[in-house]
Design a binder for this molecule. Structure first.
Ligand code: DGY
Length: 446
């Protein structure tokens, strides 16, 4: 590997496994030692991919535990709480008041919002890597109806105009929680007219405030949760009340890629896959007719409340490559954007691929949560997207950048995107971050 750095892959592999094993809490693995004491939804999918390389029991346990929190309507919550960690994290069990919903499980405590649907392609990767295919097939059969119920929930409850595009109702559902993309719809919440319930943040007890969302961001996040709980988590009621309803290209891309995985897995186990095919036919058309923006060769987001496009400046706009959504001509244009000043940089400024938000924007912040730093899970998806269209060289560049950052700085949550940055801390957010370790194990093998 020519990255101007000797990477000791054996040592790092052992280190990555240790990070994962140390973060185990009973049946699941928490995302990080301190900041995130519960099980997070899309983290669990990426974490299961990592375990599939060395501990299949734990990989299966991750998905089983996550789906133990699935709601009766199919919703898969973004957090399944570990009651023992409840005093370390806000908003915790009591704040969500999910008991208001008839759909929330009684025995398992969860949040009341969801997360990107990564589980089907995590399951597919587990099957690919499995030595015991019989056991892996049984696990596919076990998970299949649960994942299907989740996708069905999204298309039933989150696509009010039946366009084939689902909406997110909280920035935390996107996974790119603090992306400047959400500033535009969030700015419409007017705190002269509405009130935020009192709350105290806990994330700043263990993290640097410079890396985390601002207090105003938190006021908005918490206000939205208050709207959902006052609506008793009834989806139709929430859609009437929520000031935030956005069709996100990343969330939809992940769902489309997951539908593809469900088609392949479904054929293997003799399931009817027609729903997934219908969802995808409609969704790909809608992505290209409604969200594709030829003027900047990225996929925009769309605000369903103001009926306006949200111009995309985040790497989410490149991500439809991952699900084969663009044509080859569109893909060529997207890759030019990736390699140009918007993400790779130009002139004296050069960036590790891929910054989560464009360095060309005044909102770019190299340290702050989803407002610029490089994330390993985004790079993993981008790698696959580039390969899919034959951009092998660019895919390898993304993989090498990821491995360089991980080996240089360790298994942090997110990373400094400037190649020649000086004086910064090595990595940002949390250290010993589970999905960075898990996806390192997978990146080595692809
Ligand atoms: C957090 O607490 O920052 C999470 O990302 C929200 O789920």
């Amino acid at each position: 590997m020519d990255i101007g750095l000797e990477v000791k892959t054996d040592e790092l592999t052992e280190e990555a496994k240790k990070v994962l094993l140390k973060n185990i809490v009973g049946a699941f693995t928490k995302p990080a030692p301190e900041l995130y004491p519960h099980q997070w939804n899309w983290d669990a999918g990426f974490i299961a991919i990592g375990y599939a390389h060395f501990n299949i029991d734990q990989a299966e346990s991750e998905l089983r535990h996550l789906f133990s929190g699935q709601w009766a309507n199919g919703m898969l919550p973004h957090i399944v709480f570990n009651p023992a960690g409840d005093n370390q994290y806000f908003p915790g069990i009591d704040f969500w008041e999910t008991w208001r919903s008839f759909d929330a499980p009684e025995q398992v405590q969860t949040s009341g919002i969801s997360n990107p649907a990564v589980h089907a392609f995590a399951l597919q990767r587990m099957y690919e890597l499995a030595e015991d295919k019989g056991r892996a097939l049984n696990f596919v059969q076990e998970m299949y109806p649960k994942i299907k119920a989740f996708h069905a929930y999204l298309y039933r409850e989150r696509d009010p105009q039946q366009e084939g595009l689902v909406y997110i109702r909280h920035p935390w559902e996107s996974g790119n929680d603090n992306s400047p993309t959400w500033d535009i719809p969030l700015e419409k919440i007017d705190f002269n007219k509405v009130k935020v319930p009192p709350f105290t943040r806990k994330d700043l007890n263990t993290s640097d405030a410079d890396h985390r969302p601002t207090h105003l961001d938190y006021d908005r996040y918490i206000y939205l949760i208050d709207v959902f709980r006052k609506g008793d988590y009834k989806e139709d009621q929430i859609y009437r009340l929520t000031p935030f309803a956005v069709q996100d290209p990343l969330f939809n891309t992940i769902l489309i890629r997951a539908n593809e995985a469900m088609i392949e897995l479904g054929e293997m186990i003799g399931e009817n896959t027609s729903d997934f095919r219908e969802w995808n036919t409609k969704a790909v058309l809608a992505m290209n007719s409604k969200l594709w923006n030829p003027s900047n060769a990225l996929y925009d987001a769309y605000d369903l409340i103001s009926n306006e496009r949200i111009p995309m400046e985040a790497s989410s706009g490149l991500m439809p490559l991952f699900a084969g959504i663009p044509s080859q001509t569109q893909a060529d244009a997207i890759v030019k954007v990736l390699k140009g000043k918007m993400f790779a940089g130009a002139g004296g400024e050069s960036y590790y691929l891929c910054p989560s938000f464009t360095p060309t924007s005044p909102k770019f912040d190299t340290k702050k949560y989803w407002r610029g730093p490089v994330w390993i899970n985004m790079n993993w998806m981008l790698y696959h997207g580039l390969k899919r269209y034959g951009f092998d060289e660019e895919a390898v560049a993304i993989k090498n950048d990821s491995i360089e950052l991980l080996s240089r700085y360790g298994f942090y949550e997110y990373f400094e995107p400037k190649r020649n940055a000086t004086g910064q801390t090595p990595g940002y957010g949390s250290h010993q971050f589970s999905w960075s370790a898990a996806l390192y194990l997978d990146l080595l093998s692809i």
